[in-house]
Design a protein around this ligand. Structure first.
Ligand SMILES: [Zn+2]
Length: 458
């Protein structure tokens, strides 16, 4: 295996790789909007062509919404098979006026690429393409078998990918899975992510009277829906920041001592974190550090609230309806269905008798905890150490990555390598999304080393 030549290839071909990535970033592949049908197909075809040019047997599969791209180069019998995942769709770019340069006209400033999708996920995903290109340029064949799975619905819930995985279970068989769609711990502190929180989203609706009422004629007797909603919402947390729903914490897997030590060593201070979000302070569950609270402990957040009159001036009304959207991030071993049920039972118990409350369950995903003690994770960790020139830290992350659950549950593929090359401040989903050229290069190097070293890590 010519690793030196492979890495040199990456370093020497940065310019052409970046210019190719910029072409990818110019395609406004916004999955949520049907107006972008042509762009979505163009982005899928762009990926398919790249894979084909690298000698991968590749095709796009139509789904009910956006195509899935699949490619494989499996020419080393007996060697492990790595399944690489990425997504070619992006979030809508609005608000447009906040972009320094237009979202789909990529610009490079101070060593960073600015564009929608630069970090999430086109730029991060492209590192794996570049890694394969470099390996093939420096060697006659890839040292292991590699499969690519690239979808166009990540930003809208990966619904049809789930169907695809079921149908093509055999095709997607692999010994390990890698995704680069997350982030380092901080700039220059690469990470291997081994824990993801789950999620349970719901809508809570309160109904008092059948219609809105005059507050002079009915004030003092008629149930007020926003007031009832506020009472319920206020009862969801205790003063020390815990979720008050009985049973909510019963299944939570406690943090182990070594995890708490590792997290403490990362030194994320309350002041720095508050500063970084521009807030006067932080909130949260007592007894846990900010890093523990934002990555490993479960939470409940009110995402939106509505009800009554909020226009200019006054309207003396007793609103009959009010509602809220709520999401709960779940820690390993919590079960979304059980959490929904506990929430519903609790609301039933605490809601004022004069209103009705209904809960609609929405999106949910289970938490994931990846086994750390295996050769794939060790090899990934060593690859990053060489690629970035610094040993990675092991991290849990507060978010959910639906593909990881799907791959685990439907394909049964483990280990899951969650290797983010981005930075937390790269503004995924926000205006002025960016991806550092250094991280692009070091990510590609790490991805190449990973493939090279998986060949001899028996
Ligand atoms: Zn993403």
């Amino acid at each position: 295996m010519q690793l030196e030549n492979t890495l040199r290839y990456i370093d020497e071909h940065m310019e052409s790789a970046v210019s190719d990535l910029l072409d990818f970033l110019r395609i406004p592949s916004i999955s949520t909007s049907s107006d972008h049908e042509a762009d979505m197909r163009a982005a899928a075809e762009w990926v398919r062509t790249r894979l084909e040019n690298l000698g991968f047997a590749s095709r796009t599969y139509d789904t009910k919404r956006w195509p899935v791209v699949y490619g494989e180069r499996c020419r080393v019998p007996g060697a492990p098979t790595l399944l690489v995942y990425g997504h070619y769709d992006v979030q809508p770019p609005e608000p447009l006026e906040e972009w320094i340069s237009p979202p789909f006209e990529p610009a490079i400033r101070d060593g960073e690429i600015f564009a929608r999708g630069a970090n999430d996920d086109k730029g991060q995903f492209y590192t794996h393409i570049l890694a394969v290109e470099a390996l093939l340029a420096a060697n006659e064949e890839l040292p292991i078998n590699v499969k690519f799975l690239v979808e166009g619905e990540e930003e809208i819930g990966s619904k049809n990918l789930a169907v695809f995985l079921k149908e093509f279970r055999e095709l997607l068989k692999a010994d390990a899975f890698v995704v680069s769609d997350s982030s380092q711990f901080a700039a220059g502190v690469p990470a291997v992510t081994y824990g993801l929180r789950g999620i349970a989203c719901l809508q809570l609706e309160i109904q008092g009277a059948k219609f809105d009422l005059h507050s002079g004629l009915y004030g003092g007797v008629a149930p007020n829906a926003p007031q009832a909603l506020a009472d319920i919402l206020a009862s969801l947390k205790t003063p020390d920041g815990k979720v008050a729903i009985p049973g909510f914490y019963d299944r939570v897997l406690p943090l182990e001592d070594w995890e708490r030590r590792e997290m403490a060593a990362l030194n994320l201070s309350t002041e720095d974190l508050a500063d970084s979000i521009g807030a006067p302070g932080l909130i949260g569950e007592s007894g846990y550090s900010p890093l523990e609270r934002k990555t490993a402990r479960p939470t409940l957040e009110i995402n939106g609230v509505w009800g009554g009159f909020a226009g200019e001036g006054t309207k003396t009304v007793i609103p009959s309806k009010a509602g809220a959207k709520i999401s709960m991030r779940l820690a390993p071993n919590q079960d979304p269905d059980e959490i929904f049920r506990l929430f519903e039972d609790y609301v039933d118990k605490v809601k004022p008798a004069a209103v009705t409350a209904s809960v609609q369950r929405q999106f949910h995903a289970s938490p994931v905890l990846v086994e750390r003690d295996n050769r794939f994770v060790k090899t990934a960790s060593e690859a990053i150490a060489k690629g970035f020139g610094r040993k990675p830290v092991f991290l849990r992350t507060g978010g959910s990555i639906p593909i990881v659950n799907l791959v685990k549950d439907q394909l049964g593929v483990e280990p899951l390598l969650i290797l983010g090359w981005g930075r937390p401040e790269n503004r995924s989903h926000s205006p002025n999304e960016r991806f550092s050229l250094d991280d692009f290069r070091m990510g590609a190097r790490s991805a190449a080393i990973l493939i090279a070293e998986l060949a001899d890590s028996d």
